[in-house]
Design a protein around this ligand. Structure first.
Ligand code: M6R
Length: 610
């Protein structure tokens, strides 16, 4: 959620930290702050964007060591005081934090009794003062004071801190919130996300839970929670700056919508052989037997990834005839735990850091299930903790509204389902050949949709000020309806609901009148007749139909007030095409309404708190 970045070296730290914070701003953007060390702590922070902070500090922030933060508020409203970094009472220590300190009230009371005063409403300030209290008893080692303090803390954290009595080190520690070290030449960076360090180094060390690191400009040491020094692997970052910049587009979201043909091609590359009718998925070949013999598959994910999981349910059940349950990761943990050996859980996550998904993964693993990951961010916590997995290779997704990750996730689930079907004999080689041939055409079919965006832009102008939207779909198009509604809600703040088209008459039909835009996703052949009946039902109540359909479904176009024609494909692949106009519709509506498309209010790209 929040973004953390730090620098130690010979350059002016503030420039590098501000640059890193800008790249991390998609993770949280209600406030930002920086603390550098130049003899003493120099602190600047406030409500608002990183650009405000940059203006505030001008050229005045000195020092070649420092830490910075972009905040997504959990405890205490977004204001200047609650912004990070938080400082100790004596003003010598500055600390930034991502996560939630669950016992902060108890700790605060104890510290209050010892004479510590608190100025903010945050849980973070407690950690700064707790470390200070240990340093007052023994000022010989900052690392030791941090370790003692963290032993008293329950909850999750990724923290970074600097102290004016220890001017040549940054301390970082992690439990539940991602942190990595960027290893440079005579300089080191720390960050919650690789995009903040990519401009300076391609060598990174990922911290694992319970680890603490002491970073100097030339070196770093990492210790486990039981204080054993560790030799950590240095990973090479495969992240180009181009990938994390807008590249001429007005917004990252638009760029990422247009990147989908490439993202899907990258996702398919080296994995499919249409001639042979075979699929190779390097990351899960070793566990294929377990997957083939699975009693059932449980998919756990959140948000858009949950929607791609729902598409996965249709795919696995149809192609591989295996029972699938799709769980909100956040709910899974609190249900009676019936998962165990012989079951396979697939966790889906773009960021690979979503706290609820990670918790579901750990729960399933602890009960003996095989857990597979469908993840975008290479080296992320979920990618590292799953037993095996398939990367979606969509490239960095910066826009808070997920777009290319959805289609790439669905692509990977499709590959897994076809492969499993082949292994189980539920689909024949000839069928697989046909499926794979068609799948290989999907990128160019998406391209053809993206060549004609004017019509969607036109529709968006007509409906930008509608207070509500309804999205209807059946079968494979039902999760797409949910996804279309989520996209509209999150970036344009219009209330939207996705519904299985036939369920409409069990309630939501009461909402329909001449003011209600109803987006109908009529893109699957086997449900076409029934969709036509549903459209008639909406029309009879004067609802305004916007149809997403194919040229083969002429009747739908005739009935709809507006229709966007997408290329025909096999039903199993239809979500990969039908979602594109919905992404564009939400994008243009949000732009028309003057919304901040890439950084919608109250949201953060990576949700690292439960
Ligand atoms: O990184 P993840 O895929 O685990 O994230 C899950 C959700 O937080 C995410 O999909 C969210 O719903 C997006 N903002 C949707 O556009």
């Amino acid at each position: 959620m929040c973004g953390i970045v730090g620098y130690i070296g010979n350059k002016q730290a503030s420039k590098i930290i501000i640059d890193g914070l800008k790249r991390l701003e998609y993770r949280g953007y209600d406030s930002a702050g920086i603390a550098t060390l130049n003899g003493k702590i120099q602190l600047n922070k406030g409500k608002g964007k990183v650009a405000n902070l940059e203006k505030m500090i001008g050229d005045s922030q000195n020092g070649s060591i420092g830490i910075g933060h972009t905040r997504w508020a959990t405890h205490g409203e977004p204001n200047d005081i609650n912004s990070h970094p938080h400082i100790s009472q004596n003003g010598k220590l500055a600390l930034v934090h991502n996560g939630i300190i669950e016992n902060y009230n108890t700790l605060k009371k104890k510290l209050n009794d010892q004479g510590y005063e608190f100025y903010s409403e945050t849980d973070t300030e407690v950690v700064a003062k707790l470390i200070e209290s240990f340093l007052e008893k023994d000022s010989s080692s900052l690392k030791k004071a941090v370790q003692l303090a963290l032993h008293q803390v329950t909850g999750t954290y990724g923290i970074a801190l600097v102290h004016s009595d220890f001017p040549d080190q940054i301390i970082v520690a992690r439990k539940g919130s991602p942190l990595l070290l960027g290893v440079g030449d005579g300089e080191m960076l720390i960050a919650s996300d690789a995009s903040a360090v990519a401009a300076y180094t391609d060598k990174v060390v990922y911290l694992d839970d319970g680890e603490i690191a002491v970073i100097t400009k030339d070196d770093y040491t990492v210790e486990s929670s039981d204080q054993v020094e560790l030799t950590k692997e240095i990973h090479e970052l495969a992240l180009s700056l181009e990938e994390i910049e807008k590249g001429g587009y007005d917004h990252f979201m638009l760029k990422e919508i247009f990147e989908q043909p490439k993202a899907i091609s990258d996702c398919l590359r080296g994995r499919i052989n249409a001639e042979e009718g075979t699929i190779t998925l390097g990351g899960i070949e070793n566990v294929m037997d377990q997957l083939v013999n699975a009693n059932r598959i449980v998919i756990a994910a959140c948000g858009t990834s949950w929607h791609s999981g729902l598409v996965g349910e249709y795919l696995f059940e149809y192609l591989a005839k295996v029972p699938v349950e799709v769980e909100y990761a956040s709910e899974f943990r609190y249900k009676e735990q019936l998962i165990g050996e012989g079951d396979v859980m697939i966790v889906i996550s773009q960021s690979g850091e979503t706290a609820d998904t990670l918790a579901a993964l750990r729960e399933a693993q602890s009960r003996g299930a095989l857990v597979l990951g469908v993840v975008n961010v290479v080296g992320s916590t979920i990618a590292r903790e799953t037993d095996a997995g398939v990367y979606i290779h969509a490239g960095p997704e910066i826009g808070v509204a997920s777009t290319k990750a959805f289609t790439a996730q669905v692509t990977v689930l499709t590959l897994m389902a076809i492969r499993l079907g082949l292994e189980k004999g539920t689909i024949k080689k000839e069928e697989a050949q046909k499926l794979i041939k068609e799948l290989a055409l999907i990128p160019s079919k998406i391209e053809s949709i993206l060549e004609n965006t004017d019509h969607i832009e036109h529709i968006s102008r007509l409906f930008s000020y509608a207070p509500n939207f309804l999205y209807l779909g059946r079968s494979y198009s039902f999760p797409v309806a949910l996804e279309g509604a989520l996209k509209l809600k999150e970036i344009s703040y219009i209330h939207a609901e996705g519904y299985p088209a036939a369920e409409m008459k069990h309630g939501p039909i009461a909402l329909i009148d001449e003011m209600m835009p109803v987006v109908v996703i009529a893109a699957t052949h086997h449900t076409n007749d029934k969709m036509i009946s549903n459209i008639e039902e909406v029309k009879a109540r004067k609802g305004r139909i916007i149809a997403i359909t194919t040229s083969e479904n002429g009747e739908v176009s005739d009935l709809a007030e507006f229709s966007t024609i997408i290329p025909a494909t096999m039903d199993v692949f239809s979500p990969l095409l039908s979602v594109i106009p919905l992404q564009l519709l939400s994008y243009y509506v949000a732009v028309n309404r003057g919304c901040n498309v890439d950084q919608p209010r109250n949201l953060a790209k990576s949700v690292t708190v439960e």
